[in-house]
Design a binder for this molecule. Structure first.
Ligand SMILES: *Cc1c(COP(=O)(O)O)cnc(C)c1O
Length: 364
């Protein structure tokens, strides 16, 4: 039986491989391995694409979140409102600043529900940190209105949504700061760890430059921070991959369409409104009898990697706070299933997966 991979990070295409090796070779030749010219070039490309004044390369999406919050002077005694459903890095970044993480609820789009935010705002609230889950942008117009009204910052966690649009605006262009991860699983991917922060603010940008450089200016320490540099080799790789990312997103959208056409009457499939362009970092469905279905798919050699089995507030690291609330998130997280999503999947692969899901529910 053919194995269907959830993700597939191998670089098998000879042309792509050659290009990447060439890019790496160039860096080895010029020898400017730390903050090499590729970093600056990559930052310029991202700034242009995000329609932002600044793009600042950092070591990871996690660093992007942490440094953004730090640059906004968020720390102990502050509160930051976020979604309960994300990769744990989101909540950890907030908590590591010393601020309290406040979890709102989500909607069926699996993104933060703007209606659940306002009642959580207190005197201590400093920022809203929405996550564009699975490659679908949150209702940023409404969120930014709430933030403006209440004098709050908006930090976008766009780690899963590079290249996504909402109302003709690209991800990362809505908030005070936009954070991306370019780790090998994401939409635009390095061959290692990488991230980038985008902003229009001179002040935030200069703070981030200091914070990513161990808090130093001209080798003199100004504040407490660690090394959060973007690696030059990764920047060189990202520059090679950037021109191909549109085609990759198109393929992911095609796969999503294949899935949705077959599954829309069987499970709850992700929707896409007229004013959205989703990039399907993951293809997430809501299902009944999830554990049994996963068992069935695994027995057919279909790989399932459910990264979101637990809401962030219910994970061990946050247990001591006894978080509660977010009723929708509790329901949806029990039904959430991410199906294999990688650009190497064929129409036949998707057909096979869908047939197995359909036959599972017929026979249950
Ligand atoms: C991947 C991811 C991060 C962290 O990015 P890293 O580059 O892995 O540190 C943060 N938030 C979300 C939503 C992510 O998916």
């Amino acid at each position: 039986m053919k194995k269907i991979s959830f993700m597939d990070l191998k670089v098998e295409n000879k042309k792509e491989r050659q290009k990447l090796l060439q890019a790496i070779g160039k860096v080895l030749d010029h020898g400017k391995i730390l903050y090499g010219p590729e970093v600056l070039k990559f930052e310029n490309e991202i700034a242009k694409l995000s329609k932002r004044k600044y793009a600042l390369g950092v070591g990871s999406g996690s660093s992007a979140l942490l440094l953004s919050l730090k640059a906004l002077n968020i720390g102990p005694d502050d509160e930051v409102i976020t979604t309960p459903l994300s990769w744990i890095a989101t909540a950890n970044a907030i908590a590591l600043t010393g601020a309290r993480v406040v979890f709102a609820d989500i909607k069926e789009d699996l993104n933060i529900d703007p209606n659940s935010i306002e009642k959580l705002i207190t005197k201590k609230t400093k920022a809203i940190l929405p996550v564009h889950f699975a490659g679908r942008i949150c209702q940023m117009d409404i969120l930014c209105d709430i933030a403006k009204k209440n004098n709050l910052f908006v930090v976008e966690d766009a780690a899963q949504a590079f290249g996504a649009y909402y109302k003709n605006r690209i991800s990362g262009s809505f908030g005070d700061v936009g954070c991306f991860s370019m780790n090998p699983m994401k939409i635009l991917r390095a061959c290692g760890e990488a991230g980038v922060i985008v902003t229009d603010s001179d002040e935030i940008a200069s703070r981030i430059k200091i914070l990513r450089h161990t808090g130093t200016v001209d080798r003199i320490g100004h504040e407490l921070s660690l090394n959060h540099r973007l690696d030059t080799l990764q920047a060189a790789i990202l520059l090679k991959r950037l021109p191909k990312v549109k085609a990759l997103i198109k393929k992911k959208r095609q796969i999503a369409l294949w899935y949705s056409k077959r599954l829309q009457n069987v499970v709850i499939v992700p929707k896409e409104n007229q004013d959205e362009y989703n990039v399907y970092y993951n293809y997430c469905i809501l299902v009944d009898k999830r554990e049994k279905l996963i068992e069935h798919l695994l027995s057919k050699n279909i790989e399932i990697a459910n990264q979101y089995l637990n809401l962030m507030p219910h994970q061990a690291v946050f247990k001591k706070y006894n978080y509660d609330g977010f009723p929708n998130a509790k329901v949806f997280s029990k039904k959430l299933l991410c199906l294999p999503m990688n650009e190497k999947l064929t129409k036949q692969d998707i057909g096979f997966i869908c047939n197995e899901i359909i036959s599972f529910y017929k026979n249950f």
